[in-house]
Design a protein around this ligand. Structure first.
Ligand code: ZN
Length: 274
């Protein structure tokens, strides 16, 4: 499956490079560059996604989940490089001719991507970022075919406008992926639903929850610290058993929780920094 996706993406890239380099279309050139970037990003996403699946070990006590961001971060790097290259291509504004073969090559390239997307849709998982870029490859495909065709038949300026649009689109996509990565790098707290599930789990086991601190690890896994309020006369054995019960069922919700006990006192404050 994956091999087929890579094969068709690669083939699509070859057609576009031919159209952009041999047949003079700047729009097809920009599209070709993003296709190559797309393929490289896919390969790296697969590699880091595989790494992220490993269980916790000696050098990664909290699991390897965050390694999956290696895929998104490489995507950012590769697309930033491409953005620079195509910007240089756009800076040289001289009249040029676009051959009719350019839109043909773009058409063949886009067709290959259609097949690649159809296959990669069944893969899901780590390919969210990838498939996002691939779907935009299609939007770009329509732009590149029409603008290079009009560029060959009417004026090179239409082809140039197409190239400009595609370049601006790269910057837009970069911003999108960047803010997604920052969401998790910034240790944002998960949605209130997750906290509610955790609170319910504690009260189900007759435990009084004090503070609860949570962070989103990779969009599907959460880690945190919970404080359970106890009275001096409570049975330690029963407490630990119930806490284990909570931890066990939370693990099914992909929540990895550290639980500490705190003696119930007259003045209690539940600051996040505790
Ligand atoms: Zn490790």
């Amino acid at each position: 499956m994956l091999t087929l996706t890579i094969l068709f993406s690669g083939l699509g890239g070859v057609f576009k490079i031919l159209g952009g380099v041999l047949y003079g279309s700047k729009a097809v050139f920009v599209d070709a560059m993003t296709s190559v970037a797309n393929l490289m990003a896919l390969l790296l996403a697969v590699r880091y996604w595989r790494d992220s699946l490993k269980p916790p070990d000696e050098d990664h006590h909290f699991g390897h989940y965050k390694l999956a961001f290696g895929g998104s971060i490489s995507t950012l790097m590769i697309y930033s490089f491409v953005a620079g290259v195509v910007t240089l291509k756009l800076v040289e504004l001289r009249e040029y001719t676009v051959s009719l073969e350019a839109p043909l090559m773009a058409f063949l390239g886009v067709s290959c991507y259609l097949i690649a997307i159809a296959i990669s849709r069944r893969l899901r998982g780590a390919f969210t970022h990838y498939s996002k870029f691939t779907v935009s490859e299609l939007i770009e495909g329509v732009v590149v075919i029409t603008s290079s065709l009009a560029g060959a038949l009417l004026s090179y300026l239409i082809d140039y406008a197409g190239a400009l649009f595609l370049t601006l689109y790269i910057f837009y996509e970069l911003r999108d992926v960047f803010s997604e990565v920052m969401e998790y790098v910034g240790d944002r707290a998960p949605s209130p639903d997750v906290a509610r599930t955790i609170r319910e789990e504690f009260s189900k086991n007759n435990l009084s929850l004090g503070s609860l601190r949570l962070r989103n690890v990779d969009g599907t896994h959460y880690q945190g610290v919970a404080t359970v309020l106890v009275s001096p006369d409570e049975d330690m054995m029963s407490l630990s058993r119930r806490v284990d019960e909570v931890k066990k069922s939370l693990r099914d919700h992909r929540v990895d929780l550290v639980v500490e006990f705190k003696l119930r006192t007259q003045e209690m404050s539940f600051e996040y920094g505790e």
